[in-house]
Each structure stands twice: as structure tokens, then as C-alpha cells.
Design a protein around this ligand. Sequence first.
Ligand SMILES: Nc1ncnc2c1ncn2[C@@H]1O[C@H](COP(=O)(O)OP(=O)(O)OP(=O)(O)O)[C@@H](O)[C@H]1O
Ligand SMILES: [Mg+2]
Length: 267
Amino acid sequence: MGTRVVGIASGKGGVGKTTLIVNLALQLAELRKKVLIFDADLGMANVHLAFSKRISNNLSDVIDGTVSLEETIVGLSEGIDLIPGGSGVANIADLDEISVSSIVRAFSALEGQYDYLLVDMSAGISTQVLTFLSCVHLKIVVGTNELGSISDAYSLIKVHSKHQNMEGLVYLPNRVSSSKAGKKLFESINYVTTKFLKKDLEYIGSISEDALYSRVWNSSEPKRVITSSSNAYSELTAVVSKIEKHSAFNSEEGSKGLSFFLDGFTS
Ligand SMILES: Nc1ncnc2c1ncn2[C@@H]1O[C@H](COP(=O)(O)OP(=O)(O)OP(=O)(O)O)[C@@H](O)[C@H]1O
Ligand SMILES: [Mg+2]
């Protein structure tokens, strides 16, 4: 079984992508999964901050050839490692062939070492985000019920759907007042995509507004205690169980593990 690659994106920024990645990684690690987070928010990489870790090397050093990809890996917590993206790799989609092949080779070497690769992307509709979205097995677009987030999520989904099929495209409502409100938000976005794009989004649950869930950013507290006493924790548990059983990882692409992720960079 190859590494499962999950990408988290959003139209508008600040809607909870990184908070989701951190909590998701913590729950997967509790299930004894080995998780690698790739902080591909190349402008504002911040996953390490949730774990109070310092970064010395990042992906741009790998491209420069000064360090190997393995040397950039930072252990964040039991079962959770990080590859920091680094702001020097702003145009990953435009990298020359030598750089791309060095990244490809480096990621390939990690095949089999991790159960999950979670890719934290920058907000918005850049070529880079579209490239990443096209090469992950399961795509999760996070959004809140704020108007700007709704319209930006729709724009991202629309642009993505022009280039790619929407197989395995999940819309995950975050910071909602209840699961019922989350389902309603999902349905309103899905109504528009079905009507105008003739494409259905996938529903795997939602996450409520919850101060405990977002306290993963509070570096002075042990992460596990915070997450397991949170209301959003059980909603996320349901999301994790859907991810664990997701058919996207059993598809032809999914069975290719990390090499499918890497095909996206080279095609
Ligand atoms: N379910 C939630 N309940 C309460 N607060 C939340 C929730 N999800 C996220 N937040 C808070 O929202 C803020 C933004 O979250 P986060 O940094 O994860 O967003 P992001 O989408 O990664 O942002 P960016 O686009 O800048 O990378 C943080 O302060 C976080 O604590
Ligand atoms: Mg973020």
C-alpha cells in the first residue's frame, strides 16, 4: 500500500486549513499512522509553529542542492514529521526540469515510509495550488460560511474543474455553529456546483467553531489533551474514519502512492 496523499486547499485565506492539517495529523498519529506534512504554503509556512519547532532547512535548499530532502524533515511529534516548503520555492510549477527531477527523486525515496502525506497549500487560485491539487489523491477544500469564503471556494472549485475531474473533491465546512449548519453550508455550495458546473462535491462531515480545537496553536499545552477534550474532536474523528475508508486511495492513481503525486510535477 503506497503513501496516501491528501491536499488541503481553500479559496479564501484564514479559514482553517493548517488547523485542520495539525488536528488531522494528531488523530491519524493516534491511530498509529505515520504522517508526513508537506508545508506547501510556500509564502507563509507555519505548521512548525503549532509544534514550537524551528526550521533550519527547507525545500528550496533541496532544489539548490545544499541538503537532501531527508535532511529537511523535522520531527514534530510522535508519528508526525514535516517537510518545510520554504518561501524560495514560490514558483514550483515553473521550476526547471533538473529541479523538478531532483524533487521527484527525493520524494520517491520516501515511498513506503509514511502512511499519509498531508499537503498544506496556500490560499487562493495560483498555478501552484492548481498543480498541487491535480496531483494529490484526495482534495479537501475548506471553507466557512462567510460570504467571501463561499464565493472564493466556488471560484477555486470552478477553475479546478476546468482542468481536472472532480473525483475525490471534498468540500469541508469549518467553524460552523453545528453539524446541521455544516451540512447546510455544504449543500448550498454543492447546489451551485451541480447547477453551474454539473459536478457534485463530496461530503465527509464538517467541523464546528471550537476554541479547544484551535488551541493546537497554543504551544504551552500538550496537543493530545487539547484535541481529545474538544467538541470538534469527535466531528474530526468521523471525518478521519471517512478518509481512512476513502476509495480515492484505491483508484489507479491512489495505488501508485507517492509516484502519482510526483507525476503531477512532471506532466
Ligand atoms: N473550527 C475552528 N474553531 C475555532 N477557531 C478555528 C477553527 N478553525 C480554525 N480556527 C482559527 O482560525 C484561524 C485561522 O486558521 P488557520 O491558520 O488554520 O487557517 P489557514 O486556512 O491555514 O490560513 P492561511 O490561509 O493563512 O494559511 C486560527 O486562529 C485558528 O485557530
Ligand atoms: Mg495555513
